[in-house]
Design a protein around this ligand. Structure first.
Ligand code: SF4
Length: 215
């Protein structure tokens, strides 16, 4: 029988470092390949290495064996592989809380509505803001989250303008300081000064494990 497969970069257990799920233990499935090349990318190996082929069935089994309820599908860019939609659906069918981290360039509409989309909106500092599908901001479900990685003041102002234009507010809007580009304190000060109703998003896993891969 034909079994649907995915090209996988790595699978691992770690602490969820981002989003409103930050701090929770989580099983990560990082899929291979990406259509962008962000300046600050910390997972280049997801598109530089070939990865390995895995069936959806065995990925679901791995998730079940963890005994955790939280799974993140990430990349690279997971939506480049059509079968990622089947994996998401299979995990939702088994009552996992499924987070889908996507880079903002792909249509999020086909994602199972039970999953939580963490939608990156790439700022100009990434070098890829022109690749964003801004229609995605009209496709968000109530439980989805939007993340802006901020490299400098210009990115911050740009992100504020997007919030204003698409009427995005609330604690599911994440502003994340790009590590090595801007100090968390600086971004925090801007948010406080502006009374901006967004959530500061630190990459908790990097504070715990540094740049170690697969944690
Ligand atoms: S979208 Fe993500 S994986 Fe792709 S280049 Fe940008 S940061 Fe790296």
């Amino acid at each position: 029988m034909y079994e649907k497969t995915l090209r996988v970069c790595e699978t691992f257990l770690s602490i969820q470092g981002e989003s409103t799920f930050s701090g929770l233990p989580c099983f990560f499935i990082r899929l291979s390949n990406c259509n962008l090349r962000c300046r600050y990318c910390d997972t280049r190996y997801a598109y530089e290495e070939e990865g390995f082929c895995e069936t959806i069935g065995s990925l679901v089994s791995m998730a079940l064996e963890t005994n955790l309820r939280l799974v993140e599908i990430t990349g690279g860019e997971p939506l480049l592989q059509e079968n990622s939609l089947n994996l998401i659906r299979e995990l939702c069918d088994r009552d996992f809380t499924v987070l889908v981290e996507t880079n903002g360039s792909m249509n999020i509409d086909p994602i199972d509505p039970r999953a939580v989309v963490i939608l990156d909106i790439k700022t100009p500092g990434s070098g890829f803001s022109d690749y964003m599908d801004f229609e995605n901001l009209t496709r968000l479900r109530a439980h989805d989250e939007v993340k802006f990685v901020i490299t400098d003041r210009a990115d911050y102002e740009w992100a504020k303008e997007i919030l204003h234009r698409y009427k995005l507010i609330g604690d599911r809007i994440l502003f994340s300081p790009a590590m090595g580009y801007i100090e968390p304190q600086k971004l925090s000060e801007w948010i406080i000064m502006d009374r901006l109703n967004v959530r500061l998003n630190l990459q908790l896993h990097r504070y715990i494990f540094g740049n170690r891969r697969g944690v």
